[in-house]
Design a protein around this ligand. Sequence first.
Ligand code: SF4
Length: 182
Amino acid sequence: MTRNFLWTRSTAFCERVTRLELHGLHFQHLNLCERRAWMYLHCINFAQWHRRVATGLARQGTHYTRDHSTVGLFGLAPDRLDWDAHLVFEHKGTGGAPTAVDRQVAFYAAMLSIATGYTWHGRVSILANRRWREVNLGATLLDNLWRDSERLEALLRLDKVPQAPRIGLCATCSLAPFCGYD
Ligand code: SF4
């Protein structure tokens, strides 16, 4: 069941997203690693040459074809939309980094909610085990998206790459050679 979408920060959030040209991956990267988000914000992105990313793209190509209903959604790139149920679908190879993935999907749901006036939710499908989980766009998630957008703006203004500790993700991060964590 869908309901009308009301968020007092809708206009300000949209303004920031448009001005900074933010999209879903910015929100995902921010919740993985601030340094990675800074690199991405400054267009330093080598992911397409990374073995793990290439495998993920191949898996997606094999399991799902992108829904044509998403074509033309400027700044949004979800894998599939159910316009009647107000659901955003995102397909991931594995179930890793759920917080970051959910924030990416929540961003799509928030932007579609603002645009349509109905509350959208998300569903993340895990290709490796064929399971899925719901992403409910409630007050807490909206607050988190707002804070993320503030952090992204601050990172964009930062002219030096921020310090970042080595974390578990570094072992598979495409930027590890640049951070010295390879
Ligand atoms: S290698 Fe580690 S510290 Fe560097 S961007 Fe990737 S996750 Fe962040």
